[in-house]
Design a protein around this ligand. Structure first.
Ligand SMILES: [Fe+2]
Ligand SMILES: [Fe+2]
Length: 163
């Protein structure tokens, strides 16, 4: 069964530094995905391990960058706490998955890790995009609490309308 990686348009937020990092994450996921379909690499555990470590390390740096952006722009604590909690949950789960695979990480584990990451990322993107909209609102002069309330009511109502 093939894995469909997200396209850049699917993970775009409108904040250049975040989008650059999302693009790099897609590239690192692509490296792991290539190993799944490259004949002859299935036995080279070291190659899989290096690709996995590069991806997990970069995700940690990316989360730290988003968390700095939220602090620098003084976003509302309700958003910051939710966002941090989602990052923490991902980090915890990803390292549990990595630990459970140990140093024998290879094809099946790669598939499992990629599927987990893609699923998580889709569920987290609304939070990243909400952060981006609130930063734009703060830069345009809104109070952080108003930016949060406006974004929450607009997108919660929209989600309710669509359900
Ligand atoms: Fe995030
Ligand atoms: Fe992100």
């Amino acid at each position: 069964m093939s894995i469909e990686l997200p396209q850049f348009g699917d993970v775009r937020t409108g904040i250049p530094i975040v989008d650059d990092q999302h693009r790099e994450l897609l590239s690192l996921m692509g490296n792991l995905h290539d190993l799944l379909v490259s004949p002859g690499t299935g036995d080279d555990v070291q190659v899989f391990l290096m690709a996995r470590e590069a991806l997990l390390r970069y995700i940690g740096e990316h989360f730290a960058c988003e968390e700095r952006l939220m602090r620098c722009h003084g976003l509302d604590v309700r958003h910051v706490l939710l966002h941090l909690r989602e990052h923490e949950r991902f980090t915890h789960r990803a390292y549990m998955v990595a630990l459970s695979h140990g140093d024998d990480f290879c094809v099946d584990d790669t598939r499992q890790l990629l599927e987990f990451l893609i699923h998580w990322w889709h569920s987290h993107l609304p939070t990243d995009r909400s952060m981006a909209r609130q930063i734009a609102a703060v830069l345009a002069g809104s109070q952080a609490s108003d930016a949060y309330d406006d974004d929450f009511s607009r997108f919660t109502l929209e989600a309710k309308r669509q359900s």
